[in-house]
Design a protein around this ligand. Structure first.
Ligand code: ACO
Length: 566
């Protein structure tokens, strides 16, 4: 274990999403993430800790493992301090040369100022105000064995393959296979998640897209990709000092899983595997602005999990997530609750003020890069089971419900003629189970229907108007809105507000058809609808409103009376 120590007070990288990120289909998340919040990383490595706990400069990745090839020095480390982005220090102070000035032209200044000012402050007043931000629990920083870093460079590098489970093989006979296929495709069901994963998986198989995991191994092409990734981080995490990003990305104990499309980096995740502790720390995660919310972030995370489990032997990931990226991490299976035992991670990871520590347990078995196939198979298995137990997958032709005037059906359909009803287990003796008895079903259905029609007719033609509108008719002869359908020429906005109009004439037509109101409840429902409309359209001080209110109770009484007398 490296026991190199120095008294550095470290970085305040603010990791925050770039405000220029377009999010066509996710405006909510885009707007939520567009505000650049200031985030401070209070990282510390106290000098003088015990040998066992390997007192080190923070982040540990800048320790001895890093010296052989990373673009860092301990001086540089000391210079990254806990500072906000509002420093006004001299921009001319040199730091790490930027590889892509265009990329950075908009957001370069603030972090450079932060960095520079931090250096000045660090020289002048080590341990003053900044110390108050340092988190005491981090005062001892454990140093990971170098195995993590080395592994990252050797066995950990390479193109990440999908586990390529066989395509959707369907159980059962050929015929069944077809139906299952049709059904599964019909369910639209793969859902957005699976659809995106499936699409990107196909892109990978077609060779248009690849996911690689690399460290700084000196290979030219890899370096170009790492620099491309560094640029994306710098742009997407504008409050994070670029020098800090460079160091971690180029640090050989860190690994980066990258999405490469057409030899161009689209995004990536830089993490440090703590192999002996079996967890990894995600340092940076970003997708280039115009490729966000297209599923790359999810596929990237899935590749990362698979690689970290199968190559690094990790069981967990920890990360300090930006507030505005918490939603993304939750969708990737991260939680704010940390279940990993503290002694496995505390002191190992960088501590960010303003971020939220989140954890993800890596499942030991899940085929992370082929989840869409797994989900599809699960759906098929569930579908098969449902088919064994029910006929709900069989779709019958619909009922021809052509209507005449006033919504009266053109032809009467007998219940037993409804397609699929008998097949679903219905038998005519189940009539009585219906909540509302229909009169046609009873043995004396015809006479009952006649009786009901007569009753409703009398209510409408004779007593209803008098009974219900006695007062209003006397007081207001023009109770016309209830008697006829409202004329849109008289009341232009009526049908914009009232979507289900009702009036006494329509009801009368329904009664006279002797086909519409097969239960008295249907009749009462129309009366109530008529009153409800009156109260919706008219203001409470109108006679229509008052009248409707008064007579809702009346119709209820009539209804109860009818039920009792039958
Ligand atoms: C440790 C850290 O680095 S924290 C900082 C994280 N990085 C950033 O904030 C930089 C800017 N943002 C990005 O680079 C990207 O948006 C990422 C990396 C956060 C996500 O990558 P994407 O490719 O956009 O994610 P992807 O398309 O796979 O979306 C997965 C789901 O997460 C959601 N999501 C994506 N970004 C966010 C967000 N910032 N907040 C909430 N939800 C989000 C998506 O809407 C999608 O939801 P759905 O499955 O219900 O449709």
């Amino acid at each position: 274990m490296d026991t190199h120590a120095h008294s550095a007070h470290l970085t305040a990288p603010n990791r925050s999403r770039s405000s220029q990120t377009p999010s066509p289909s996710h405006s909510a998340s885009a707007s939520a993430t567009s505000s650049i919040h200031k985030r401070k990383l209070a990282a510390t490595a106290a000098a003088g800790a015990s040998e066992d706990h390997a007192p080190h400069a923070f982040p540990p990745s800048f320790s001895a493992d890093t010296r052989d090839g990373a673009l860092t020095s301990n001086d540089d480390l000391e210079s990254i301090s806990a500072r906000g982005a509002d420093s006004d220090a001299d921009d001319s102070e040199d730091a790490v040369v930027d590889d892509d000035e265009d990329e950075f032209e908009n957001d370069n200044d603030s972090s450079m100022r932060t960095f520079t000012a931090a250096r000045l402050e660090n020289n002048n007043s080590v341990g003053s105000a900044r110390n108050t931000k340092l988190k005491t629990e981090n005062s001892t920083v454990k140093i990971e064995n170098s195995d993590g870093g080395k592994e990252g460079v050797t066995s950990g590098s390479g193109v990440l393959g999908s586990t390529a489970l066989a395509g959707c093989s369907v159980l059962g006979t050929a015929g069944k296979e077809d139906t299952v296929k049709i059904f599964t495709e019909n369910i639209q069901a793969s859902g957005a998640y699976s659809a995106r994963e499936e699409l990107l998986k196909r892109e990978e198989e077609a060779g248009n897209l690849k996911f690689v995991c690399l460290s700084n191994d000196g290979i030219d092409e890899h370096m170009v990709w790492l620099i491309g990734l560094k640029n994306i981080f710098a742009r997407q995490l504008p409050n994070m000092p670029k020098e800090y990003i460079v160091r971690l990305v180029m640090d050989r104990s860190h690994k980066s899983v990258m999405v490469i499309r057409g030899n161009v980096v689209v995004g990536g995740i830089t993490y440090r595997p703590y192999v002996s502790q079996k967890f990894g720390e995600i340092a940076f995660c970003a997708i280039t602005a115009d490729e966000q919310v297209k599923g790359y972030g999810t596929r990237l995370m899935n590749h990362l999990k698979q690689h970290a489990r199968d190559v690094d032997g990790l069981t967990h990931f920890l990360t300090y997530a930006d507030n505005n990226a918490v939603g993304y991490f939750i969708k990737q299976g991260f939680t704010k609750e940390i279940y990993l035992e503290k002694d496995r991670w505390q002191g190992y990871i960088k501590d960010y003020d303003g971020g939220i520590l989140m954890e993800c347990k890596i499942d030991p078995k899940l085929p992370y890069t082929d989840l869409s196939t797994m989900i599809r198979r699960q759906r098929q298995a569930i579908d098969e089971k449902i088919r064994e137990l029910s006929n709900c997958h069989i779709v019958y032709p619909g009922i021809d419900f052509q209507k005449k005037e006033a919504g009266v059906p053109k032809k009467i359909i007998k219940v037993e003629d409804i397609p699929g009803l008998r097949e679903a287990g219905w038998t005519p003796d189940q009539w009585g189970h219906s909540r509302f008895r229909t009169l046609t079903a009873a043995t004396d259905g015809v006479s009952n229907q006649k009786h009901l029609t007569a009753f409703m007719r009398s209510l409408l033609k004779a007593s209803l108007v008098d009974f219900f509108f006695e007062q209003s008719m006397h007081d207001h002869v023009d109770a016309w809105p209830f008697k006829e359908p409202v004329d849109a020429r008289d009341v232009p906005d009526y049908y914009e507000i009232i979507k289900d109009p009702m009036d006494l004439r329509t009801m009368s037509k329904r009664v006279e058809s002797e086909q519409y109101y097969v239960t008295f409840e249907m009749f009462v429902a129309d009366v109530k609808r008529m009153f409800a409309n009156a109260r919706t359209y008219n203001s409470p001080d109108t006679i229509y409103y008052k009248c409707a209110t008064r007579h809702v109770d009346t119709i209820n009484i009539v209804f109860v009376f009818h039920l009792l007398s039958n």
